[in-house]
Design a protein. Structure first.
Length: 294
């Protein structure tokens, strides 16, 4: 038996811990579909987050609160089919974990059954009992504090969080509660780099950031933000654009439409060939049909 081609080793929470030990930042990006998962996996992303931001990026909702578990699981299964190496993290949508620990465990389990290696939920101390319940069910779970889009009404909009020492201390308290409850990691969203560093220096769990500066264990970006395919008004300061996929798609479809209207597409090379004799017979039959009709 030959063992010439080594199988791809899946990123796990242990891999993430060893990245931190080596001082190497982990690369996170959202993915919601099969092709993006394949491309991100091939590009070497360590973690694919199937974010509830799919509500906005994929479904055109105004915010993240209207996406359902069923919709999240469709996106999640597609991403899990595409990710061969990356850890896939399922983002628990609004009301999939708040009401009871039993519901939180069942919904977290549905993400695991779909192929996820971990789940994420929003909140700190107030959702710590749910984190404990999910962790006790044997599921790797992480929290998310700072700007938490599912609580947009309470936060009063997309606002930077943790801008004072008192606010940073409240965030730290939330992260410590998550750690105590068994979370393996936390995501910090939209806060000054100093606040993120203040938190990271005082906790043991892995700390990732989106819009939280460089002093964390890795960076998350929303795929549509960096690829230039988000349709909407929100343009966070922390986004760096690496492509203009939206503009490229629009340009390509304009060119296609122009070719159809000008009869330039399809061209001969896009048509299936048949034998010359058969072509002559078909053309003759068509002519005969026209003669009978006229
Ligand atoms: O849903 C998501 O993509 C997220 C990020 C905004 C952090 O949770």
């Amino acid at each position: 038996m030959s063992y010439s081609s080594a199988p791809t080793r899946r990123v796990t929470t242990a891999t993430l811990a060893s990245l931190r030990e080596r001082g190497e930042p982990a690369v996170w990006i959202t993915a919601y579909d099969y092709p993006t998962a394949v491309f991100a996996d091939r590009a070497g992303a360590d973690v694919l987050l199937v974010g509830d931001s799919a509500a906005m990026t994929m479904l055109g909702h105004e915010n993240t609160t209207s996406i359902t578990m069923e919709e999240m699981l469709v996106f999640t299964r597609a991403v899990c089919r595409g990710a061969k190496r990356a850890l896939v993290v399922g983002d628990m949508p609004f009301l999939s974990y708040q009401a009871s620990s039993a519901r939180a465990i069942l919904n977290a389990g549905a993400f695991v059954a779909a192929g996820c290696g971990a789940v994420k939920l929003e909140g700190g101390r107030r959702i710590a009992p749910r984190v404990r319940a999910i962790a006790d069910a044997g599921i790797a779970v992480m929290g998310h504090v700072g700007l938490t889009p599912q609580s947009l009404g309470q936060l009063g909009g997309y606002r930077v969080q943790g801008k004072t020492l008192a606010a940073a201390e409240r965030l730290l308290d939330d992260v410590l509660a998550l750690q105590e409850a068994g979370a393996f990691a936390v995501l910090l969203e939209a806060m000054p780099a100093e606040t993120a560093a203040f938190i990271r220096d005082r906790v043991d769990l892995l700390v990732y950031g989106i819009g939280a500066g460089p002093h964390v264990d890795g960076q998350l970006v929303i795929a549509h933000d960096v690829l230039g395919s988000f349709v909407g008004e929100i343009a966070p300061r922390f986004v760096r654009r690496y492509a203009e996929v939206g503009a490229t798609i629009e340009q390509a479809i304009r060119a296609y439409a122009a070719d159809v209207r000008a009869l330039r597409f399809p061209a001969p090379e896009h048509c299936y060939p048949i034998d010359a004799v058969d072509a002559i017979e078909l053309q003759a039959a068509s002519r005969a049909l026209i003669e009978v009709a006229s």
